[in-house]
Design a protein around this ligand. Structure first.
Ligand SMILES: [Zn+2]
Length: 485
């Protein structure tokens, strides 16, 4: 409902508001800012300060590592590669996959080259913000070739939805005419389009994709990201770890030196080469002496999420705050002076001040039961979460995509902050009702998520016993190793 911002805004008041907003934003981004400052690369390579002895040593080590990666590993890799058909040539590592056994006999492979050789591929890596049309343009190729490529695909989503880092390869003849194009369709299929005089023909190579399980253990010293790096985790995997425990641990406020974690996770490999990070399978996090466990599990409804050892979802049923706010501009009260109407009136929700356009998220899974204009509330949405609990969201500048009767997932954007209806500034008015009674969203006891039903719980325990044993082993082994130092 409206908020109390109608008192004259003096310069002092304004400055204070700005300071509060800046403070909140600072706190908000401190986590990321702090961790980004702790990478090895920043400390060594981009440090603007003068180079002392240890910097030279580190620089030397970095150079040595570069040399190792550049020279020794490829040499070793080609030396250890098992070549099924011995040839008199020594081949250096190419960016092409090893062909599966029998693929040499496939007449579609190598059929486009005169001498049966691979075409002279020009490999292009997609940059942020680029479309395939941009890439074609950069290669001096026109809309006709692009259209021919798109038309050759029954489902062209692999060409229409491209991601930065993805690779496309083009082959052209001496006159600059496109003869072939290569790209990946999903993780496991490499596609080559052959541009003949007539139709575009396609050949594919299925590539073996496997997931390999890894174990990592880390102790927090400087930051979570630093600890993750020391434990051999990528930043993306550290984020997955933080997200898994994010409902229980506030990583910006609660993290302490000496906190530790153990993770069983997998990585996706394609033909023996690391393709991308996989998922966390199970993890423990000890925060300020308290142990949390996350186990990835797909329940009978087919939903995959993290559970505690007892089979309770880590994800809570409700978000405490459904918007990233700058400050709470009005709290729940049973009677207050209404800023616009000018008489005593209860404020049955919380007002979260936030810039116009800030996304408003569904506090929990539920069904849209109201979506429209409601006097005073302006653009208003009500979600029914179960037979007892509903939440309401007012003053939206505009709605999200959901319609009345539709189901929404927790965290889904249902609208955007605004000041429609009786409001003196952009904010979200948020209400929480249990059995039709308004409760204070800031202090109401949020219901615990339902644990797995007994039938599934037995299966869950059985399936995860080896994982838990493995995690405990990692924990105790590292403790022993540290004690032995
Ligand atoms: Zn309000």
């Amino acid at each position: 409902m409206p908020n109390p911002q109608n008192d004259p805004i003096s310069a002092r008041h304004k400055a204070r508001r700005l300071a509060i907003r800046r403070h909140t934003q600072r706190r908000h981004f401190r986590f990321y800012t702090r961790v980004s400052g702790w990478t090895f690369i920043q400390n060594v390579t981009t440090s603007p300060i003068s180079w002392r002895a240890e910097h030279w040593v580190l620089g030397g080590v970095a150079l040595l590592l570069t040399a190792l990666v550049g020279i020794v590993i490829p040499t070793w890799a080609s030396a250890t590669r098992h070549d099924p058909v011995p040839t008199p040539y020594t081949t250096m590592a190419l960016d092409l996959p090893q062909l599966p056994p029998g693929a040499e006999a496939d007449p579609t492979i190598g059929a486009y080259g005169l001498d049966n050789a691979e075409p002279d591929w020009h490999v292009v890596t997609v940059r942020a913000g680029q479309s395939l049309s941009d890439i074609f343009h950069e290669q001096g190729l026109g809309a006709t070739e692009l259209q021919r490529a798109l038309d050759s695909q029954g489902d062209a989503s692999a060409l229409r939805r491209i991601r930065p880092g993805q690779e496309f390869a083009f082959a052209m003849d001496a006159s600059g005419t496109l003869t072939a194009m290569r790209f990946e369709r999903g993780d496991a299929t490499r596609v080559v389009l052959h541009f003949g005089a007539g139709d575009v023909t396609e050949s594919t190579v299925e590539r073996s994709v496997e997931r390999r399980t890894n174990v990592a253990h880390g102790v927090v010293t400087r930051s979570l990201f630093y600890a993750g790096e020391q434990a051999g985790l990528t930043d993306a995997m550290v984020l997955k770890l933080a997200n898994a425990f994010g409902y229980d641990i506030d990583f910006a406020q609660d993290l302490r030196e000496g906190d530790s974690f153990s993770v069983v996770y997998d990585d996706v490999y394609r033909e023996g080469e690391h393709l991308r990070d996989g998922d966390i399978i199970a993890a423990t996090f000890i925060n300020q002496g308290k142990r949390y466990t996350a186990i990835r599990y797909t329940n009978a409804e087919g939903e995959t999420m993290f559970y505690t050892e007892e089979g309770r979802p880590l994800r809570k049923s409700f978000l405490r705050t459904p918007v990233e706010f700058t400050r709470i501009s009005s709290t729940f009260s049973t009677g207050r002076m209404h800023p616009i109407l000018g008489y005593m009136r209860a404020h049955k929700g919380v007002d979260y001040a936030a810039p116009t356009g800030t996304p408003i998220r569904a506090a929990g899974d539920g069904k849209v039961v109201f979506r429209g204009w409601k006097s005073g509330y302006g653009n208003f949405v009500v979600l029914q979460h179960n037979s007892h609990i509903s939440t309401a969201y007012g003053h939206m500048s505009r709605f999200g995509g959901e319609q009345i009767g539709q189901h929404v997932k927790q965290g889904e954007t249902i609208g955007f902050v605004g000041m429609t209806g009786l409001a003196t500034g952009p904010h979200l008015h948020y209400e929480f009702q249990i059995d039709g009674v308004h409760r204070d969203p800031l202090s109401v006891t949020l219901p615990k998520p339902e644990p797995l039903p007994a039938t599934q719980l037995a299966q869950f325990r059985k399936a995860n016993a080896p994982l838990l044993a493995r995690l405990k082993l990692v924990d105790s082994n590292t403790r022993l190793a540290r004690a032995g130092n």
